[in-house]
Design a protein around this ligand. Structure first.
Ligand SMILES: Nc1ncnc2c1ncn2[C@@H]1O[C@H](COP(=O)(O)OP(=O)(O)OP(=O)(O)O)[C@@H](O)[C@H]1O
Length: 455
């Protein structure tokens, strides 16, 4: 019996044979699946973001781009999205290559009905039961970027691949890592998190992999280490970019061999963990300048999920604020609420410290508010200069005009008279605009200045 929720996001069928597309779509629809079709690879790629399919079945031989290329672009766009390949009879070596490249399955034409349904059931069935959203309840959001990210996270959670979470400090990387753990088959086993910068370098190895009694001064008893403590579960390595190079080599070995050797121990011990790691640093840059091992980078960066900064999802701010107020009240703080103006100030502020900073500001406001309603003055005081976050109307208009003038110049190949004509102004007026908005008429030159005086 199909869970009705499986019908919410479509199965995307990609084939240039429109009759086959119709036939497959009918079969799947009669089983209760929502179906979307694309008759070319560019169409499929273009609609991927909008459709957010839960499964893709694509022909390996498409006229426009090679099926392998399509597979790799789908994987780049939607990591973890299961893609099965359709091949003609006799194309088995290609089909095998496709599964090696990450396709979850292949079906040969003519497509057998039962085989098709069993393939889809298998790859939609594992891990989280559809409709069971409990795993993501710790991630407060209503923003479409975060929803798309959670979709990806839910899908990769079912696999055992390493995931690298990137994003600014305080943006919720650990919160997402916990959600992935909860959605995975390891959910009943431990989730163990460690911040690689919070532990002194000389202790990090024994913290991660354990030590034997007497291995070093102060090692009074055997310690299993975090990897073994998390056996069967998930280890979350935060700030992985700051891990010392010698330890990076040891971590790589642990991941390859699936066994650890505690400090002072001669034997290795088997360990079964999934590794999620996070960084706010640019790991590629660290690899380039030799501060991070390239082989370890590839091992950790199998799937990458990028947390958007809070400024890219301001619609989440009121929700997060309510959540924090409720948390504080539950912990015994007085019940407070924000005035509409105060909430507007919170929504408009820049948040370089992301959700962590927002939570701190709310906590400070609750502690300092003289009455039940937190007003805008208190919010502005706690934000300091940061409250001048969003551009004012005049600033936004000036920015628009600058871009518009540059565009006209570009279209006119740098010829002022032609650009003026395109903008419906005479040459003198156009010059005045360029000077007022500090736009250099020579192509390729940008000269950003403050917003001009109104008038
Ligand atoms: N979407 C969210 N819903 C609820 N709480 C959140 C969310 N995002 C972040 N938080 C809260 O914000 C704080 C910071 O989040 P978290 O530790 O996950 O960020 P981080 O990106 O791992 O930060 P860092 O890089 O500094 O370790 C935590 O208190 C966390 O509970």
């Amino acid at each position: 019996m199909l869970n009705p929720r499986t019908a919410e996001r479509p199965i995307l069928l990609v084939d240039d044979d429109t009759r086959l597309l119709r036939l497959l779509a009918l079969r799947l629809e009669s089983e209760g699946y929502a179906v979307a079709v694309a008759s070319s690879a560019p169409e499929a790629l273009q609609r991927l973001g909008e459709l957010r399919p839960q499964f893709v079945l694509a022909d390996l031989r498409l006229p426009d781009i090679d099926g392998f290329e399509l597979l790799s672009r789908i994987q780049g766009h939607s990591p973890g999205l299961p893609v099965a390949i359709l091949t003609a009879h006799g194309d088995i070596p290609d089909a095998v290559r496709a599964t090696q490249a990450g396709a979850v399955d292949f079906l040969t034409k003519p497509v057998d009905r039962e085989r098709l349904l069993s393939c889809i059931r298998t790859h939609l069935g594992g891990g989280t039961a559809p409709g069971d959203d409990d795993w993501r309840s710790g991630v407060i959001t209503r923003s479409p970027v975060m929803e798309a990210l959670l979709d990806d996270a839910g899908r990769v959670a079912r696999m055992d691949s390493a995931v690298l979470l990137t994003g600014a400090s305080g943006s919720g990387k650990e919160v997402l890592a916990r959600a992935i753990h909860r959605a995975s088959r390891r959910a009943a086993r431990p989730f163990v998190a460690i911040n690689c910068t919070a532990v002194p370098a000389e202790l990090l190895e024994s913290e991660l992999f354990g030590h034997r009694r007497g291995a070093f001064t102060g090692a009074h008893a055997d310690q299993p280490g975090l990897f073994r403590a998390a056996d069967g579960g998930t280890v979350f390595l935060d700030e992985i970019g700051d891990m010392p190079l010698p330890l990076q080599a040891k971590l790589l070995r642990v991941l390859q061999e699936r066994e650890v050797r505690p400090v002072g121990e001669t034997r290795t011990l088997p360990v079964d963990v999934r590794v999620l790691s996070a960084t706010h640093a640019d790991l590629e840059e660290r690899v380039a300048d030799g501060r991070f091992r390239e082989d370890l980078f590839y091992r950790l960066n199998v799937v990458r999920l990028q947390l958007p900064a809070l400024e890219q999802r301001r619609e989440d701010i009121p929700l997060l604020v309510q959540h924090r107020l409720a948390q504080l009240a539950q912990a015994g703080a007085p019940r407070r609420l924000y005035s509409a103006e105060a909430m507007e100030a919170l929504v408009a502020a820049p948040w370089p410290g992301n959700v962590r900073q927002l939570f701190n500001v709310v906590e400070r406001n609750v502690a300092l508010a003289p009455g039940r309603v937190i007003g805008a003055a208190l919010v502005r005081a706690s934000l300091g200069k940061r409250s001048i976050g969003l551009a004012s109307f005049d600033e936004a208009r000036a920015e628009f005009t600058r871009n518009y003038l540059r565009q006209m110049l570009e279209l006119a190949g740098g010829n002022i008279s032609r650009a003026a004509r395109l903008a419906g102004r005479n040459r003198t007026d156009f010059y005045k605009l360029l000077s007022r908005y500090s736009v250099d008429p020579r192509p390729g030159r940008r000269q950003d200045g403050p917003p001009p005086a109104a008038g």
